[in-house]
Design a protein around this ligand. Sequence first.
Ligand code: PHE
Length: 371
Amino acid sequence: MPYTVPKLSDFSASALDSAVRGLLSALEQESAAAGSENDWKAFRDRWMARKNGILTQLNDLWLKAAPRDAKRDVGQRVNELKTKVEQTVDATLARIQSGASSGKLAAERLDVTLPGIRRPIGAEHPVIKTMNEIIGVFRNLGYSVEEGPEIETDYYNFEALNFPPNHPARDTQDTLFIAGQESKELRDRLLLRTHTSPVQIRTMQKMKPPVRVVCPGKVHRNDAADATHSPIFHQIEGLAVDTNITFCDLKGTLDHAMKALFGSSVKTRFYPSFFPFTEPSADVQISCIFCDGKGTRDGGPCRNCKASGWIELLGCGMVDPNVYGFVDYDATKISGFAFGMGVERIAILKYGVDDIQLFFQGDVRFLEQFG
Ligand code: PHE
């Protein structure tokens, strides 16, 4: 119900108080409801129009109607109300013009004293950054980059890499198999690749020697996550096949790569190992970068190398001649080496990260340190 000026019959002070309160509350409400300049004009005319505006009505209904002994009091109150109405009408216009009235305008208003919106600049993820550094080292040696699928067949992940049928790496303990593959032949069954070595096979199938490639990518193993294990991690595979490639080339290449990645004072050591697709095979160890290979640090045993002075970093070997049989290379004419390294492991050492999970949790406080 819009406010109408009441006719007064009781002109006592308390009756006038209550009438004034009613009018002021209507004034406030109508002022607050005015959101545009058109609203404001209607508001102003309703209260101040000379002809029949509320102020005019006050003159007629309150002042003129007041008995003589109440005239003074009523006159004073009507004058005060006049001032109040004028002030409110002015203030309402000012509010509307400053844009503070409706929600839309308020949102659009620019407060230049507020701090600006910070748009953090993205940065390479430390794993990708490390990957690119490693790739860079090999690019400088003339290697190119090859990639393969993360969902592989048993053939590329195992069979063509000379894994015997019951090799433990094929076990469900390690390998994540895609469900519903039982009707297929073993070699066609899909799995999440457990290493980047299948890209060796894919590369040799599509190019003839000389081959020099690195193959970066994501790999999966059914490992429980802890500070040093993750079911997803990254590897970079390397493969060089040509005439007369020897173990010396392998040693020289990896020794150079480790020095390029960890500093020229780092030493390498090749430790006998086994992989089905390389023969001979080796694990490469680097001299501990935390204790300079001494095995002791700050008067105690070095924790990073378990006091041995060496840190195991990657697997490698001369490509097993059986593997060439799967890709139609002539094992009597060519030879080659392969290696595979864990990217997170290298990043952990390079950047002093103490938990592999940090790479996968997406915590900006961790990631921004690499920006
Ligand atoms: N694919 C092996 C692994 O994941 C590493 C490796 C690659 C070893 C190439 C020798 C040659 O453990």
